[in-house]
Write a protein that binds this ligand. Structure first.
Ligand code: SF4
Length: 724
């Protein structure tokens, strides 16, 4: 951080990357990041990404002035000009086409307070068209778990997972993608004798620690999960007492599983039958077995059904509501859990209450002066599909859909089809290149607020640095936009919003007439206090109570003294193990359900391979910030396509060749990495890059319930480039 014009000072904050939520801060000695002993990384340990977390904060390419598009070119301007243009353009779009012609992309990489402000802004403008990138990673997990268990989140805490006898890790690679969870929670349990079953078409660092590897064929998870459940049933491993007391629908599921041909299902899923049986026995016989699930499970056009099949396994074996058990999604970004919790979703209000729920809408009307709209909005991919048609203006906050959305060639065209695209970010990202207005925001190290990690712990971020140039805190920008836009669209000084003579913490940004008081917050803590009133799971929390530790949802004031509450187990900072006596929806029972195999959206011809996409340790999501880190880029090396030796040989490809990967949606050129670590018939490409842009190849078929795209299965042709 060789930036003499900026001030840095250590303060306990949270790593901006994955959902583990490690505590990090600025180190004057290292002039970079250092772990502190946070509620997750209790020895102050951080991974390589966390260690590089200041690289993008001090990057020379940081935006320091707002930009507006003039004659086709983005040019620097003042905040007044930029915000006035947003106000004018969005106001015109609402006047001409109605509020549902606007879209708001919130950010799972920004704070609860910021996400809350953005969804409130959308809803006070009159639309539920607000979503965040949880849509693209775990919306299917949340949908299935909410429906059956009443809460779309880890059933257990990281702490109690250390007591598991068996881990069934499905579609996740925690050793590389959630390294501190693997190192500090799973690894000690494994060293003490726990068994690891890894379901993944690739051999990864997680597989290296596994006792059983089930290299499932992409797109064939349900036959495998049903085969596991059938073995559990056939071999008398069902927890009869739990099933009788805590589930419904057993007879119907039993009839279905009785008819499952385990050998045929194993064959269909591409896994050896003996391995399937051995893994099912290990899971079914364990006293405490924990499912850990990731995007390999969720990112399919039947992703919700995949999770339902996992829930069946946990319920059949009684592995719910006890320490060391449960179904535990590993969330990808540092606030992907919180962005959903506070309502940055088109179908649910803060606290996951349906937008059609009259009581919930009235409660928000009491808080906001106006009820949110009743009609569910469109989801993220549905919104981008509607760009230029029913959606004319979009606000993208800290996300990069040009890289992260499926069928990316089409997305680029769609971004250009908007009347007005506004991006609030740190850099001119691949999405911002299409924008009409680009607003320079704040990096993680420059902001205050809270984030909620993968095991529901709400933690505080504190500023470690001042802002570069004219960049502003995202909190101030969102307050100013709320005051301006809601003021303009709704009209202020009226009875709904009261007189408007005070403008929030940054008068300059919000200056002008007719500003909404609804965004007149003194600081992020005031927003958090509103969140504790509108998000039932956060009721009773406070900045003071969180301090330098955490409070976990569902937070119960009774937990502060460590006492039991409603029979749920408590670890002092909130409720650790959910569903102990009752599920979070209040029901004593959860349903078991029949889950049928759904074929992948892409048919695969004989000359084609199946592309599956994912992460590497040294990069993060769209790469917008981690590709700027010299150390992370060097550690990663050249992006490469993993291909099995047999598939490579059939195409006359050797390791290091440049190859073309293509289908009807697009093509990329990339170096081949020939390796037996990927199953034959499958190729793997990470999704962090603008070139090769993996999402040129992925399809936009959506899960019918969660509307998550199928990132994990795309038919592609692979050929050596010098074959032309
Ligand atoms: Fe950051 Fe995740 Fe690494 Fe922890 S494990 S330092 S939260 S990227």
């Amino acid at each position: 951080t060789d930036t003499p014009d900026r001030t840095f000072a250590p303060a306990e904050s949270v790593c901006p990357f994955c959902g583990v939520g490690c505590g990090i801060q600025y180190s004057p000695k290292k002039r970079g990041s250092l772990g502190w002993r946070g509620p997750v990384n209790r020895r102050g340990e951080i991974c390589v990404k966390g260690a590089a977390a200041f690289d993008h904060v001090v990057d020379d390419d940081r935006l320091t002035r707002p930009l507006v598009r003039e004659n086709g070119v983005l040019v620097p301007t003042t905040w007044e000009v930029a915000l006035s243009r947003v106000e004018r353009e969005f106001g015109r779009i609402v006047d001409e086409f109605g509020p549902d012609s606007l879209a708001f992309f919130a950010s799972s990489n920004c704070t609860n307070e910021e996400n809350y402000l953005l969804q409130k802004l959308a809803r006070l403008l009159g639309t539920n068209n607000v979503d965040n990138c949880a849509r693209l990673c775990h919306s299917s997990t949340v949908a299935a778990m909410r429906e059956r268990f009443g809460a779309g989140a880890m059933t257990n805490s990281l702490d109690d997972l250390t007591e598991a006898d068996v881990f069934l890790v499905v579609g996740a690679n925690p050793a590389e993608n959630h390294p501190i969870i693997f190192q500090s929670y799973l690894r000690p349990a494994l060293s003490a004798g726990a068994t690891l079953i890894h379901v993944d078409p690739r051999e990864t660092a997680t597989t290296a620690a596994a006792d059983h590897h089930l290299p499932v064929k992409p797109g064939h998870d349900i036959p495998l999960l049903n085969a596991l459940a059938a073995v559990v049933l056939n071999e008398g491993l069902v927890d009869d007492a739990f099933v009788a007391e805590r589930t419904t629908g057993f007879e119907t599921l039993r009839e279905f599983l009785d008819a499952v041909d385990v050998d045929a299902n194993a064959d269909l899923s591409g896994v050896d039958t003996a391995d399937v049986r051995a893994a099912a026995r290990a899971y079914g016989e364990a006293d405490r077995a924990a499912i850990v699930t990731g995007m390999g499970t969720s990112q399919h056009h039947y992703g919700t059904d995949n999770v339902h099949a996992l829930l069946n396994l946990a319920l059949l074996t009684g592995n719910v509501g006890r320490r060391g058990t449960g179904v535990n999604p590993l969330r990808g970004q540092n606030n992907v859990q919180g962005a959903g919790d506070v309502g940055a979703l088109p179908d649910t209000l803060p606290g996951y209450r349906d937008v059609t729920d009259g009581e919930a809408r009235q409660a928000l009307a009491d808080e906001w002066g106006v009820a949110p709209p009743e009609t569910p909005g469109l989801t993220e991919v549905e919104l981008t599909h509607a760009f230029g048609d029913s959606v004319r203006g979009a606000f993208v906050f800290g996300e990069n859909p040009a890289i992260t959305e499926p069928n990316a060639t089409r997305i680029a065209e769609k971004l250009d089809a908007l009347d007005c695209l506004v991006v609030l970010d740190l850099f001119v990202t691949e999405t911002a290149e299409h924008a009409d207005v680009v607003l320079p925001g704040s990096a993680w190290a420059e902001k205050s607020g809270t984030v909620t990690n993968t095991d529901r712990q709400v933690m505080r971020m504190r500023p470690n640095a001042d802002l570069p140039g004219e960049a502003r805190r995202d909190f101030d920008v969102l307050c100013a936009l709320g005051q301006r836009l809601v003021g303009r669209v709704r009209g202020c000084g009226d009875d709904e919003f009261g007189p408007d003579d005070e403008f929030g913490p940054d008068d300059e940004l919000a200056s002008g007439d007719d500003r909404s008081e609804q965004f007149d917050y003194g600081d992020p803590e005031a927003v958090f206090e509103e969140i504790t009133r509108t998000v039932p799971q956060y009721a009773g929390m406070s900045y003071a109570g969180i301090g330098t530790w955490s409070q976990r949802w569902p937070f119960d004031a009774a937990s502060e003294d460590g006492s039991e509450s409603g029979g749920r187990s408590i670890e002092g900072e909130g409720i650790a193990v959910l569903h102990t006596d009752r599920f979070e929806n209040g029901s004593k029972t959860a349903s078991l359900r029949v889950v049928e195999h759904v074929p992948p959206a892409d048919a695969v011809d004989d000359d084609e391979l199946v592309l599956t996409t994912g992460r590497v340790l040294q990069q993060f999501n769209s790469g917008a910030i981690t590709r700027r880190s010299g150390v992370l880029t060097r550690l990663r090396g050249t992006p490469a396509l993993q291909i099995h030796p047999t598939d490579a040989e059939a195409r006359d490809i050797v390791d290091g060749d440049e190859v073309r990967v293509e289908n009807e949606r697009g093509r990329v050129a990339v170096v081949a990495a020939v390796t037996p670590a990927i199953r034959q018939g499958t190729v793997f490409l990470a999704f962090h890059d603008a070139d090769p842009l993996a999402n040129r190849l992925t399809g936009d078929a959506l899960d019918p319930v969660a509307k998550i795209p199928e990132y994990k299965h795309a038919a592609v042709r692979v050929s050596r480039i010098d074959d032309e």
